[in-house]
Each structure stands twice: as C-alpha cells, then as structure tokens.
Design a protein around this ligand. Structure first.
Ligand SMILES: NC(=O)c1ccc[n+]([C@@H]2O[C@H](COP(=O)([O-])OP(=O)(O)OC[C@H]3O[C@@H](n4cnc5c(N)ncnc54)[C@H](O)[C@@H]3O)[C@@H](O)[C@H]2O)c1
Length: 428
C-alpha cells in the first residue's frame, strides 16, 4: 500500500481490496505485459515522463498502468467511457498504486469531461487515448499545453478515424501511434475480445438463449466478424449488414446472410452494432421491428442506435426492466404496441454490462501500448506530427512473445527455402 495521497475522484476507496484481487487475477493472463514490465523496471524508459491516460478503467488497464509506472512514468488516469469503469479497480489504483485516477461508473457527461480535464491539469507529455476524447479536448481547449507533448497512442478504430481527420485538416500537433491498427491488436482484441465479451454482455444483461435466435450484426469489420462468429457458435442465425461491398462479400462467403438493415429489421430478435458510424439503426428500422427485439451496441460511441429517435417514438413509455435493460414501448398506427429493449443505454455493451475483453487479448493490446510509449519516449522530437503505424518489427515481436508464453513453437524457414523465396527470376 502507498501512503502517498494522490488526487482522485472515484466511487469508493473501500473497494480497493476487491480491485487488487481482480487486478492480480487478470495479471495472471497477461504474461507478455509482465515481461515488458520486468524490463521496464530495470531500464526505466519512461523515467520522469508524465503520462495522461484515458482508457476503460478495467483490471487489464490497471496492469498496464502498473507497467507505465514501472517504466518510471507518473500516471494520471481517467475513463474513456462513462459506463465502463470498474469502481473497485479505480479504488485499487489510488490506494495501492498511488495513481491519480478520475473515473466513476455511471458518471454524467459533465463529470466525464471534468475527469479528462483533471488529467490534462497534470500536464501530460504522453497521451494514451481510447476514442480520441483526451486528444481532442487538449487540442480544442488547451492549445498552450500542446508544446509540452512528445507523443500519444490511440487504442481504438473510432479514435484513429478522428485522428486521421485531424491530420488531414492539418491540426494534429504531435505524433500519435495508431495502436488499434497493429495486427497484434485488431486481429485479437477487436475480433476475439469484442466477439466474446459482446456476447457475454448480452447474455449477462438478458440471460436469453442465443441458440435459434435471429441475430443481426451491423458492420463486418474486425469487431463485427468476431461478434458474428461467436453468435453463430452459440447457435444463432446470423445476418450481417454492411455498407462496404468487400466486407459484405467476405461475410457472405464466410457463410452469413447479408441484407440491408431495412430488410433485417423486421426479422431480427437481437441486434448488435459494431460500425463506428452513427444512426445505423434508426426510426425507419424501429418501426419495422418485432416485439421484444433487443438492441445492443459494441461500437465506441453511443450513436450507432439512434437513441433520440427511439426516445421520441416511445414518448414517455420507457422503463428499466432489468439492470442495464430499458424497455421502450412503441405504438403502431393500428394502435397495437411493441417493446424494444435497449441494453446499456446504447453504450459499449461488453464493457458496460460485462467486464470487457478477456485479459489474454488485452495482454497483446497493452504490450503494443507499452512498447509504443517506449518508442515515443526514445524517438522524442524525431517523429512527424501525424498518425504513425506501429512498426512491423514491434508487432511481430509481440506475436513471438505471446506464442512463447503459450508454449507454442513454430517452424523456421530452412536456408533453401530462404534462397527459394529471395529471387524474382525463377518461375515455372
Ligand atoms: N466494444 C469494444 O470493446 C471495442 C473494441 C474495439 C473497437 N471498438 C469499436 O468498434 C467499432 C468498430 O471497430 P472495428 O475495428 O470493427 O472497425 P472496422 O472499420 O474494421 O469495421 C467497421 C465496419 O462497419 C462498416 N460500417 C460502417 N457504417 C456502416 C453502416 N451504416 N451499416 C453497416 N456497416 C457499416 C464498415 O464498412 C466496416 O466494415 C469502432 O467504433 C471501434 O472503435 C469497440
């Protein structure tokens, strides 16, 4: 336990013990991050740096923040979503790690931004963001602090989209590493992590049987592929909606029905959005849905299900029927009524209802984050103010380390295979 008091706004410090135990439980599934932490302890690559973190405050993130601290950084943390904070983890970060933490599950929009401001008040030199709210707030409200920044990282697709828009507009004022786009991130975290934990969130919220259910997944990107595969694995009959013909073709050849949302709306019993886009399910779709249809979102922001239209169509006829399940009653033109069930206020269902991704995949994501932080610290002043990919050697090294921890050995190319692959002249 640390006796050093730190700034904090958390739900309840008394939850620290539970948080500590759960953080250790997750840590046991994160051997790659643990090996990086051990090296960081010895080498201190982040010595003296102030790191501002805006991530989901979960057990896995706590293991990552311990790694930054081991590397010599002073860490300030806030949540990247108002519903995703695990209050026991926030308590342990403050009580056990002495990390200034500003995160409360269920915080209001205003308090969410107060917490981002609290992190920015600490004058971070590195930002580690999930969704770009921290970076966007910094650029918009504190331009005078921007020269203090040496770099940042971004964890999710939506954040990378926003950052690339900033770069294109010529306003991005420091280099950011797009951790989301590393293969060891999106092939595992987005696909397997979101796939499993989204199903987990839906089942925890509703306890429904998925076998035989008509299940609609909007978006067949990294996340949508994982959700669709897991839903099918549970016996659901899955339809995919897309706006990208390549991804739609991929879905149909993976064996899924592909249809526009207008056609899927009247059939689906469970809907999951994973697009990073807005108003994917909207008034014209709600009007067609069956009684009891369940609406869930796995995309970063709560804009994929049109909540304004849903609220308007229900008028005052909405009530909480289970924790995190809100029933909206809609009246049809013939006077009959139907209920639509919205999970987790349309926010990330996997982090709001379940516990987010399993630690074993976050091991890879946070290994990327830790090595990207080290890269930014060592390349200080040498990287252009744009969005950078994770270097491919770093990505490959993380995959190697993970395989090592899993005890999996792979073949190495023989010298004749290397010689065969090198020249371009030999053919048939
Ligand atoms: N829940 C989580 O824990 C978690 C984890 C990782 C990423 N995310 C978020 O999930 C979202 C998707 O991430 P991704 O990595 O799969 O991105 P992606 O770009 O790989 O996939 C998004 C897909 O949605 C499709 N799409 C866009 N608009 C659509 C529409 N109106 N209808 C149907 N399809 C549409 C796109 O064509 C694309 O194929 C992002 O917001 C990302 O930040 C959430």
């Amino acid at each position: 336990m640390t006796s050093r008091p730190v700034d904090a706004d958390i739900a309840d410090l008394a939850l620290a013990r539970l948080g500590r135990e759960r953080i250790a439980w997750a840590g046991a599934e994160m051997p790659v991050l643990a090996s990086i932490r051990e090296r960081f302890e010895a080498e201190r690559p982040l010595d003296g740096l102030v790191v501002g973190v805006c991530l989901h405050v979960t057990t896995e993130t706590a293991n990552f923040l311990k790694t930054l601290k081991a590397g010599g950084a002073t860490v300030l943390a806030c949540a990247s979503n108002p519903l995703s904070t695990q209050d026991d983890v926030a308590a342990s970060l403050v009580a056990d790690e002495g990390i200034a933490t500003f995160a409360v599950k269920g915080e209001s929009h205003e308090r969410y931004y107060d917490h981002i401001d609290a992190v920015l008040d600490g004058h971070p030199q590195l930002t580690m963001d999930d969704g770009c709210d921290l970076v966007s707030r910094l650029h918009q409200s504190r331009p005078h602090q921007l020269e203090e920044l040496i770099g940042g990282t971004e964890d999710t697709r939506t954040g990378v989209i926003r950052l690339r828009a900033m770069e294109a507009a010529g306003v991005l004022r420091y280099p950011i590493v797009a951790v989301n786009d590393a293969e060891t991130k999106r092939l595992f975290d987005n696909r397997h992590g979101t796939g499993q934990s989204t199903i987990d969130g839906i089942v925890r919220a509703t306890n429904i049987l998925l076998a035989g259910k008509r299940f609609v997944v909007a978006g067949y990107g990294y996340c949508g592929k994982g959700v669709a595969a897991r839903a099918r694995g549970m016996g659901a009959l899955v339809t995919v909606t897309e706006i990208d013909s390549m991804r739609a073709l991929e879905a149909v050849t993976d064996g899924f029905e592909v249809a526009p949302m207008a056609a899927a709306a009247c059939k689906g019993e469970v809907f999951v959005t994973a697009t990073g886009n807005c108003q994917v399910i909207r008034a014209e779709h709600f009007a067609e849905m069956r009684d009891g249809a369940i609406l869930a979102n796995a995309g970063h922001f709560d804009v994929e299900v049109d909540l304004v239209a849903l609220g308007r169509m229900a008028g005052g006829r909405r009530r909480l029927v289970r924790p995190m399940v809100e029933e909206f009653t809609l009246e049809s033109s013939d006077g009959s009524t139907r209920s639509l069930l919205l999970l987790a206020e349309g926010r990330l269902v996997n982090l709001s209802v379940a516990e987010g991704h399993p630690a074993a995949v976050m091991d890879l994501s946070f290994a990327n984050q830790a090595l990207a932080a080290e890269w930014l610290a060592t390349a200080r002043g040498r990287l252009a103010n744009r969005v950078h990919d994770v270097p491919t050697e770093m990505d490959a090294r993380i995959a190697e380390l993970k395989l090592e921890t899993m005890g999996i050995v792979i073949d190495l190319p023989t010298s004749s295979q290397m010689a065969y692959l090198a020249p371009w002249t030999s053919g048939t």
